[in-house]
Design a protein around this ligand. Structure first.
Ligand code: NAP
Length: 286
């Protein structure tokens, strides 16, 4: 059996094309969606992510800007800027690129962003709303995965879903979304005993581990939907996921590639959240 490949790049492009009309309509009413991305330090991977986010906005007619700070910046300066952006009527989304340097209290920074501009969905208020099954902003990566299920007509109700990873950015919100969708969810972590026992009974398997080619074909239930969230750089410079694509392709029913899978969907859902934020604000103003 060779799995069907879920093309995240094509789906991302299709969604982005669809966003253009919403951006135009908002702009015409004086609510051009605006996203500010704050970058602290000069981590090369973060710089690429931030550039892609800003360019993704600009490509569909949104406003977007990057604000950069030296890695040694006083956190108070960043918090003051966030307060200014919270009050700026032209800015609908504020995103602080993670990770932050060690002298920052990451949680305090995320909490400083106004919940209605928290397009990453990391503010406690938005995390709480998601946990209650009534999400306001869904974290972009798991949101993108849900869109892929939707596109692929993957019915999650009653399915065994296994998420490998429990981070606040991916694993936990992914698990909440699957719970909300009616799946029976198991969340694994580095202490999980007999990981394979869990993965082999998964109809839906999401890998968010951060270890190249960690999930191998013998860990996958025949016909399962395998979602690879991982982005790892190999010594030869190539990107690879947390899933050993070659061996899993032969066992799974559907599978996402890396690159071209979940990655392009993440930025797409950031655009979606920012447009949504602008639409909510426009609705209040009308
Ligand atoms: P993270 O914060 O490092 O979390 C990794 C998780 O994997 C942890 O919960 C960890 O368990 C678990 N884990 C580690 N080794 C394990 C093992 N042997 N067995 C079972 N679980 C294990 O990483 P993250 O931020 O969630 O990101 C995960 C991956 O997704 C990374 O490759 C990252 O680059 C990628 N990513 C991609 C996107 C995208 O747009 N596609 C977005 C975000 C992240 P413990 O909690 O016990 O340590």
């Amino acid at each position: 059996m060779t799995a069907q490949i879920i093309d995240g790049k094509a789906l991302a492009e299709e969604l982005r094309q669809g966003f253009k009309a919403r951006v135009e309509a908002l702009t015409a009413k004086g609510h051009k969606p605006g996203l500010v991305v704050i970058l602290v330090g000069a981590d090369p991977a973060s710089e690429v992510y931030v550039r892609n986010k800003v360019n993704g906005c600009l490509a569909i007619g949104m406003h977007s800007e990057k604000i950069t700070y030296d890695a040694a910046v006083n956190p108070e300066i960043v918090l003051k800027k966030i307060a200014e952006l919270n009050a700026d009527p032209n800015i609908h989304g504020i995103l602080v690129q993670l990770p932050l340097p060690r002298h920052f209290d990451e949680e305090a920074v995320l909490e400083a962003i106004a919940a209605e501009k928290d397009v990453d969905g990391f503010h406690a208020e938005n995390v709480g709303a998601l946990a209650q099954g009534n999400p306001r902003f869904i974290p972009c990566t798991p949101y993108g995965v849900m869109k892929m299920f939707e596109k692929g007509n993957v019915d999650l109700t009653g399915k065994e879903a296994v998420v490998i990873g429990r981070s606040n950015i991916v694993g936990k919100p992914m698990a909440l979304l699957l719970i909300n969708a009616g799946a029976t969810v198991t969340v694994c972590n580095s202490r999980t005993k007999d990981l394979k026992f869990h993965t082999r009974r998964a109809d839906i398997l999401v890998a968010a581990v951060g270890k190249p080619k960690f999930v191998t074909g013998d860990m996958v239930k025949p016909g399962a939907v395998v979602i690879d969230v991982g982005i790892n750089r190999l010594p030869d410079g190539k990107l690879c996921g947390d899933v050993d694509f070659a061996s899993c392709l032969e066992v799974a029913g559907q599978i996402t590639p890396v690159p071209g899978g979940v990655g392009p969907m993440t930025i797409t859902m950031l655009l979606a959240n920012t447009i949504e934020a602008a639409e909510r604000k426009a609705a209040l103003a009308d």
